[in-house]
Ligand binder design. Structure first.
Ligand code: UDP
Ligand code: MG
Length: 314
């Protein structure tokens, strides 16, 4: 590590016009307290439809060390994050955070101090979160499911907010996959981890940029790219049903041989069985399809993002 380490802050931005001035102010205030480090901010304008692009361009003209990547359209949070990390690999460490001030810039010094203390990946772990209602329920259900399903442990209660050492950033950038679930991949990478605790704030202004549908897709990406358990569960269900079928068959054969004929079983039983088995098979095909669709996306090898314009980057 050089005596004056260079630290990049990567921030995806999608329609964040109302929060950007406040974000810039608080970032500047934070950087002013850290004279011992060189700071670079990498903003990714992920196809914003409001004036975020203009605000970022103005910022790039006014504040030294500002990089702006403009993507050719909205590629989503994960694509934007990947773009930012790819254009921050020349730094000694990279902080990743959201633009909406749910992750307080004032916590960045704690992340950096943990890194300077020897950690290679620093996670900001949420002690509390502000979301309520369906969204909150969704987050909780997802984390519970995820912990149970995945093949290796991923710290729950972490999101984008954290810090990666240069080596970890390079390893992340070298990953070829298209469906990216950042918290999972960060855990998968390994390296020496440290954690700091924080209270996740309410978004400073505006609406969550990620739609509920987007979050569900993100959650499914997380589950399917880190677990084969859904497939194994299907195998298990198949074996159970086959055994059941075998037992029921045996029962009828024995009854027939012993000539104990009771009233013939009726239409209801048959209909129930057919529908039940049809349902199980369709679920099975659906789960297979989830994996197959992801395999298809991966083999197409399309990039995660396309950059229209770069400012402040050689
Ligand atoms: N974001 C993005 N592209 C998108 C959606 C979101 O770059 O398509 C950015 C957004 O500007 C914010 C971060 O990703 O900086 C997290 O988005 P949001 O606050 O909507 O997510 P949540 O807090 O609900 O997880
Ligand atoms: Mg947010």
């Amino acid at each position: 590590m050089s005596p004056r380490p260079r630290i990049a802050i990567v921030i995806p931005v999608f329609n964040e016009e109302p929060v950007l001035p406040e974000l810039f102010r608080r970032l500047d205030a934070m950087v002013a307290t850290r004279p011992g480090e060189d700071w670079v901010t990498v903003f990714i304008n992920d196809g914003s439809r409001d004036r975020s692009g203009a605000l970022l361009a103005a910022r790039a003209g006014a504040a030294a060390g500002t990089r702006v990547l403009e993507l050719s359209r909205n590629f989503g949070h994960q694509g934007a994050l990947a773009a930012g990390l790819a254009h921050a690999a020349d730094s000694d460490a990279v902080v990743t955070m959201d633009a909406d001030l749910q992750d307080a810039p004032e916590l960045i010094p704690q992340l950096v101090d943990a890194w300077r203390g020897g950690a290679e990946v620093v996670l900001a772990v949420r002690r509390s979160r502000q979301e309520t209602g369906v969204r909150r329920l969704g987050f909780d259900a997802f984390h519970a499911c995820f912990a149970w399903l995945t093949d290796f442990p991923i710290e729950t209660n972490t999101g984008t907010f954290g810090l990666l050492d240069r080596a970890a950033v390079q390893a992340f950038n070298a990953l070829p996959e298209k469906h990216r679930f950042f918290p999972g991949l960060r855990a998968w990478l390994g390296f020496r981890h440290a954690e700091i605790l924080y209270d996740r704030q309410e978004r400073a202004a505006g609406q969550p940029a990620q739609t509920f549908r987007g979050l569900v897709r993100y959650a499914l990406d997380g589950l399917f790219s880190f677990s084969h358990l859904p497939l194994r569960l299907l195998t298990g269900a198949g074996i159970c049903i086959a055994f059941l079928g075998f037992a029921v068959g045996l029962f009828f054969i024995v009854r027939r041989l012993l000539n104990v004929e009771v009233a013939p079983t009726g239409f209801t039983t048959v209909a129930t069985l057919v529908l039940f088995l049809g349902g199980v098979q369709l679920i099975g095909i659906g789960v297979l399809g989830e994996y197959l669709g992801r395999v298809y996306d991966e083999v197409k090898r399309r990039p995660n993002y396309i950059v229209r314009r770069k400012t402040g980057i050689d």
